[in-house]
Design a binder for this molecule. Structure first.
Ligand code: PNS
Length: 165
């Protein structure tokens, strides 16, 4: 049986991520979004906040319920969490060529650590090719227009976060 994990920082989730989740569900039937707790980057939102905003975004914009998409967090190595949760496929999105080197390294390292877990890539939808959480955070800091880049609940949360600063 195929059990799919879609891991990432999701700080915050973007419409590019949502697009990948929808298409992942179309292909695999269901999947688990796994929010990494200890990301190398300094996180803007806590892991629990990221989980909550992903759940809301799935309900609001994608209409995907918990029967199709679980959302959870993990600490430590992704492959350890995959094993613990019984997942045998890691799903990752690829945008431009610039993603490739990191994904290539990570896939091979994960395969070395856990040869029984396969990483599968899907190309990000063309309308989201340039959308990255890091750019979204930067636009939010300077009060730019986020509409169409992130789900509406995330747009609201970002606006609130930076209004108060
Ligand atoms: O959304 P991101 O930041 O590109 O996701 C990267 C992520 C969280 C999937 C990756 O950093 C990860 O798996 N972190 C968990 C720790 C781990 O397993 N590191 C070794 C990777 S070879």
């Amino acid at each position: 049986m195929t059990r799919v994990l879609y891991p990432g920082s999701f700080d915050p989730i973007t419409n590019g991520h949502l697009n990948l989740i929808e298409r992942g569900v179309t292909v695999f039937g269901r999947l688990t979004v796994a929010v990494a707790q200890n990301v190398r980057k300094t996180a803007l939102f806590t892991a629990d906040e990221r989980v909550a905003m992903i759940r809301e975004a799935l309900r609001e914009s994608a209409g995907l319920g918990p029967d199709k998409v679980d959302v959870t967090t993990f600490e430590g190595l992704l492959v350890d969490y995959a094993r613990k949760s019984g997942a045998n496929v890691i799903l990752r999105g690829l945008r431009a060529l610039s993603d490739f080197e990191f994904e290539f390294q990570m896939t091979h390292m994960n395969r070395r650590l856990a040869p029984d877990i396969e990483t599968i890539f899907m190309m990000t939808g063309e309308e989201h090719f340039y959308v990255a959480s890091s750019l979204v955070r930067e636009i939010a800091v300077f009060g730019g227009n986020l509409s169409g880049l992130v789900p509406t609940n995330v747009e609201r949360l970002l606006e609130e976060k930076f209004k108060r600063r």
